[in-house]
Design a protein around this ligand. Structure first.
Ligand SMILES: [Zn+2]
Length: 729
């Protein structure tokens, strides 16, 4: 029988009949044989097949058909053929270009050379091997990711790990996407899927290995990894250019911008265009500092009612925009007392006419009042709007301060920040100080901030231990800070590169010959978590409990800031020390430490069910200290952490009435606390579009139940907290 199959022509006949019965002439025609010339040869082959029982003539219609034996033999033959010569079987690949293409191993070789720089000869050897294995595996549904898996396995087997690393494919398992789809709204699915790829890209394809490992192991944490390679996480605007001569062309798109706005409404429209244009390039926050001051020339001569109407509309539009962008926040900076730097500054007014700050102070107050009253009237508590109220505690407008405190009491909203001493002029909760070039405009405006690199202090303390623990910790701090700075410097390099290639068109739009964003002045804060816990692990005392604990805290802070300041000059990198970090980071790092060291060693001041390290405070929330003592201790930390400090007081620590709040704000800022805010819980009704203080089972206004959402004022603004547990996204 094997002999019967040995002839290619006989194998072809068998193949034809495997698809269905055919007559003598049909077979001949299908094989392209001539009835005259080839008849003898053909008859011989056909007879051989019939004789061995592989095919038989059907007595009814005279057609030839394949027998069971013939079918079996043909199957074996095909299998052998495929194994012996791979190119015989056509493999179809579903490529990443969303096309079906015939398998071609040169594509693999090309990819190896292009993506990983594999030498040509080695690349084609690996491609050949991959092809052989794919054929052997008889894969039915061949996709580009699958081919990559084969290639990567071969690279690993050959010990070519570096090439393998570069060939990594980023993305999500099908399972994860399915889970996202069943638990999150559409925009969150998109954001999560895209964010995940960029995050992995940063970790696998960009960061130095030791930095990526440091992040994964929890020695440090890189905030905003998904935006790491894209642009700044936050930017600080300067409204004056768009108020003087209208938005840059790159910001206006199809909108018809108002060139030199003549009235407040047009000025606000231009501000909105600026925020809209930049929202696509900024990670999550845009700050409009000195808003009421810069807009003041446009409010002159307008009555309170008209100003408030225009401001309300502006706020609602910004709030809506943030919701559209899925998590973007605009933070408005209101000054109750103009800071000393701005003395004599000339501001553009209607039609580009200049006015000195002193001339428009009353209008600035009217605008501040309008902003505060609008927030209050609209009960505007939303994750997409932030408010910073800065003032001089020695001389501030009482009416405005009371309004701001009423807002704090009702909605927990504003961050109060000091602007009376040059080194304390925070523009937002995470703080941005004039301490870089020495020129307040360059330091504060048209610049950005990236996500922080957060150092895990308790881990260093667990590692150090012993009597000389503190010295050891201070020593090991060097290494960790070096790593954090290296990561920041690398990020700055990436962002500069993108800026050079004009890949941040709105941020780098040309404005009077300069790029709008002065990337050189952007800050790359280095932050920390768990300072009290680290002191406790080292000395057995929390910083507020005794001199050992406090001394340890101060020495850690001083060492950190001197390490950072010394690299400012060396690397020309603005990397201030920040005491603040994103919610969630402190929990992640604490959990990783518990996994690594166990409860015998790990110090947390929260419950074991939900371990979280202290962040942004020197005195933990549970501490039993007087208010004065608390403020004085926190002021010590604020002074040292110039790149971010925000004392966030819990409801237990906050007096009930707005009046008492005002006293507390003045006392805190007077004692050297540079920024503070108040926690509060709110109930938001989507039908009334209003937030109400405290938690309510039903809307206090309309009585509906299903429209209620829990809202919490956290360290970084508002966060939604739906009833029935944590949200999935
Ligand atoms: Zn309602």
């Amino acid at each position: 029988m094997m002999k019967a199959l040995a002839s290619p022509l006989r194998a072809q006949i068998l193949g034809l009949l495997a698809r269905g019965p055919l007559s003598y002439t049909e077979i001949m025609r299908s094989l392209g044989l001539s009835p005259d010339r080839d008849a003898g040869k053909f008859a011989y082959h056909l007879k051989t097949l019939v004789r061995t029982g592989l095919i038989r003539p059907n007595s009814e219609d005279g057609k030839y058909e394949i027998t069971d034996l013939g079918r079996l033999a043909y199957g074996i033959l095909k299998g052998l053929e495929e194994r012996l010569s791979p190119r015989k079987r056509r493999m179809v690949v579903r490529t990443s270009r969303l096309a079906m293409e015939e398998f071609d191993r040169t594509r693999i070789a090309e990819a190896l050379m292009r993506e990983a720089g594999v030498p040509a000869e080695l690349a084609s050897r690996i491609a050949k091997e991959a092809e052989e294995r794919l054929v052997m595996a008889r894969v039915r549904y061949l996709t580009a990711p699958l081919i990559r898996e084969f290639v990567n396995a071969i690279l690993l087997e050959k010990g070519l790990e570096e090439y393998r690393h570069k060939m990594t494919r980023l993305g999500l398992p099908v399972y994860d996407v399915s889970k996202l789809l069943t638990s999150s709204p559409s925009w969150a699915v998109k954001a999560a899927a895209c964010g995940k790829v960029l995050e992995e890209y940063a970790l696998i394809g960009v960061l130095h290995r030791d930095v990526a490992d440091g992040h994964l192991s929890g020695a440090l944490h890189l905030e905003d990894l998904r935006h790491w390679t894209l642009g700044p996480s936050a930017i600080y605007h300067d409204l004056r250019p768009v108020l003087a001569s209208g938005p840059a062309p790159a910001w206006a798109w199809a909108c018809a911008p108002v060139k030199a706005p003549g009235e407040l409404e047009d000025a606000l429209l231009n501000a909105k265009l600026l925020v809209m244009a930049c929202s696509r390039e900024v990670g999550h926050e845009q700050v409009l500092p000195f808003l009421n001051l810069f807009l003041a020339p446009f409010a002159e001569g307008r009555n309170e009612e008209a100003i408030e109407k225009a401001v309300k509309r502006f706020l609602l539009e910004l709030a809506g925009m943030g919701a559209l962008d899925g998590g973007q926040r605009t933070t408005l900076g209101i000054v109750l007392t103009p800071p000393p730097d701005l003395e004599g500054l000339e501001l553009p007014g209607p039609g580009g006419k200049l006015k000195a700050v002193e001339e428009v102070e009353e209008a600035a107050k009217l605008l501040a009042k309008a902003v505060l009253r609008s927030f209050m009237a609209l009960k505007l508590a939303t994750p997409s709007l932030g408010l910073v109220v800065s003032l001089d505690p020695r001389s501030t407008d009482e009416e405005l301060l009371d309004l701001a405190c009423e807002l704090a009491e009702q909605l927990g909203l504003p961050v109060f920040s000091a602007n009376h001493v040059p080194e304390a002029r925070a523009l937002d909760g995470s703080c941005h100080l004039p301490d870089w070039t020495g020129d307040w405009e360059l330091d504060l405006l048209r610049t950005g901030r990236v996500g922080r690199v957060v150092l895990n202090l308790p881990r260093l303390a667990y590692k150090a231990g012993g009597r000389r623990g503190l010295e050891e910790l201070l020593h090991s701090l060097r290494e960790l800070v070096e790593m954090a700075i290296r990561a920041s410097a690398q990020r700055r390099g990436l962002l500069s590169e993108r800026a050079r290639h004009k890949l941040m068109p709105a941020l780098m739009a040309e404005l009077n010959g300069d790029a709008y964003l002065r990337l050189r002045n952007a800050s790359f804060p280095i932050a920390f978590v768990g300072l009290p816990e680290a002191c406790l692990a080292l000395t057995g005392e929390l910083p507020h409990e005794g001199s050992d604990g406090l001394e340890a805290a101060m020495r850690i802070l001083d060492t950190l800031s001197s390490l950072l300041v010394s690299s400012w000059g060396k690397l020309d990198l603005r990397c201030p020390l920040s005491a603040v970090c994103d919610a969630g980071v402190a929990e992640r790092l604490a959990r990783l430490d518990v996994e690594r060291y166990g409860w015998a060693k790990v110090k947390v001041l929260t419950s074991r069910e939900r371990p979280v390290y202290t962040t942004s405070r020197l005195v933990p929330e549970s501490a039993d200290v007087s208010r004065e003592e608390l403020l004085e201790l926190e002021a010590k930390m604020h002074k040292r952490a110039s790149g971010g400090h925000l004392l966030f007081l819990t409801p237990d620590e906050v007096p009930a009435t707005g009046e008492e709040l005002a006293d507390l704000v003045l006392m805190a800022l007077g004692k050297g606390v540079r920024a503070l805010a108040f926690a509060s819980e709110l109930t938001y009704c989507s039908a009334c579009r209003q937030a109400f203080r405290d938690q309510h089972p039903k809307c206090p206004a309309c009585g509906r139940v299903s429209t209620i959402t829990r809202l919490e004022r956290t360290l970084h603004g508002y966060a939604w907290r739906p009833r029935g547990g944590e949200r999935a996204w």
